[in-house]
Write a protein that binds this ligand. Structure first.
Ligand code: THU
Length: 131
């Protein structure tokens, strides 16, 4: 699958976003080493702090289905004024599984950039830090 195709799947996933509070829709598509793809969208809550991001939704879906070998994650938002940058919590969540995962970050005009998790979260606290 091309990066463009994975980003398209993320765009489609944003259609399911439940974001009545921020009105900021996010979609994600996570590819695993066996080729399986898990989608995610952000899901908000009237208790605002309970919201979960699109990226973490996709990762949690994958892990709960027995997949941990993440290869690529595409994220985008039809509402972002610029790149749909992953938040700090999502970066930390990615770092748990693969610092070398490619993160494809989209923009409304269809452009995208690709960064490694280790670039998005340098000097991270990750599983290697634990004794
Ligand atoms: N959001 C994501 O889904 N992913 C991110 O990485 C950044 C923020 C969501 C959370 C909330 O529902 C909305 O965007 C506004 O912050």
């Amino acid at each position: 699958m091309t990066n463009e195709e994975l980003l398209k799947i993320a765009e489609k996933a944003a259609e399911n976003s439940y974001s009545p509070y921020s009105h900021f829709r996010v979609g994600a598509a996570l590819e695993c080493s066996d080729g399986s793809v898990f989608t995610g969208c952000n899901v908000e809550n009237c208790a605002y702090g309970c919201a979960i991001c699109g990226e973490r939704t996709a990762m949690v879906k994958a892990v709960s289905e027995g997949h941990r070998d993440f290869v690529r994650l595409a994220v985008t938002s039809p509402d972002s004024v610029d790149w749909a940058m992953p938040c700090g919590q999502c970066r930390q969540f990615m770092a748990e599984f693969n610092l070398d995962m490619d993160v494809i970050i989209g923009r409304q005009d269809g452009q995208f950039m690709i960064l490694k998790v280790r670039e998005l979260l340098p000097w991270s606290f990750n599983p290697d830090n634990l004794p």
